[in-house]
Design a protein around this ligand. Structure first.
Ligand code: DX5
Ligand code: ZN
Length: 239
């Protein structure tokens, strides 16, 4: 099966929330393919972020697909609200879903694409039985909860195994990678098999969003990272 073209999904976690619509317009005109929205409940992960009202507001502010990453202990209780708010993809953590098949069906039957994700310490075997049902497999390359963390190097090999699993099972799922994705490691991540790169601080903490998005899109381990693509905008920080 032909691989889909690479998608770049800026994570708004590192955006300036006081000027969110402006930030979204900037990444949209800078060539973003999707918008990644990190929902954190202060329980599954040690941080709190946004909920359905912000997704609803974003839906009105952009035409980009909304890739909503639910870092929540009880995602099932909020699926209907996030669907109503306008999510394009709803991705749940395997660690939070004892009835993952039911959760995935509940998302899909509402007409929304269903994603499944796993933490760095969670085995790929936990998603093997559900891959045929999923529209997206998200491999976390940091422990979720904060932006601006370092990519965990051992995850690169897991991404390659996830690619094999998707291809061998004939699942149509897109393979997404989230956490610590930068211009200087994007090539290796793409080569390992990623279809979608989430990137927060690398884009939003730079001065030129278009330059970073372009460099991520062109990245390959065969090409040297473009120089001068990420001049300091705001300092990268844990968010
Ligand atoms: C981490 C979030 C990520 C985060 C990525 O829990 O799921 O989407 O925003 O940010 P960077 O690219 O800065 O690691
Ligand atoms: Zn995320």
């Amino acid at each position: 099966m032909a691989r889909p073209s690479l998608r770049i999904a800026p994570s708004i976690l590192s955006a300036d929330f006081a000027r969110l619509a402006e930030e979204v317009a900037r990444v949209e005109s800078a060539g973003a393919d999707w918008l990644h929205v990190d929902v954190m409940d202060g329980h599954f992960v040690p941080n709190l972020t946004v909920g359905p009202p912000i997704v609803e507001a974003l839906r009105k502010a952009t035409k980009l697909p909304l890739d909503v990453h639910l870092m929540m202990t009880h995602p099932d209780a909020f699926i209907a609200e996030f669907v109503q708010a306008g999510a394009t993809y709803l991705t749940v953590h395997v660690e939070a879903c004892p009835h993952l098949h039911r959760t995935i069906q509940s998302i899909k039957e509402r007409g929304v694409k269903a994603g499944v994700t796993l933490n760095p310490a969670t085995s790929l075997a936990t998603v093997e039985e559900i891959l045929g049902e999923a529209d997206l497999l998200l491999v976390m390359s940091v422990n979720p909860g904060f932006g601006g963390q370092q990519f965990i190097p051992s995850v690169l090999e897991k991404i390659a195994r996830a690619r094999q699993l998707i291809d061998q099972t004939g699942s149509g799922a897109l393979l997404e990678v989230d956490g610590g994705v930068k211009v200087d490691n994007a090539g290796r991540i793409i080569e390992a098999g990623a279809d979608v790169l989430v990137s927060g601080s690398a884009i939003f903490c730079s001065a030129d969003y278009g330059a970073v998005i372009g460099a991520l899109r062109r990245a390959s381990h065969r090409t040297a990272p473009a120089s001068g693509v990420a001049p300091a905008g705001r300092p990268a920080r844990r968010l």
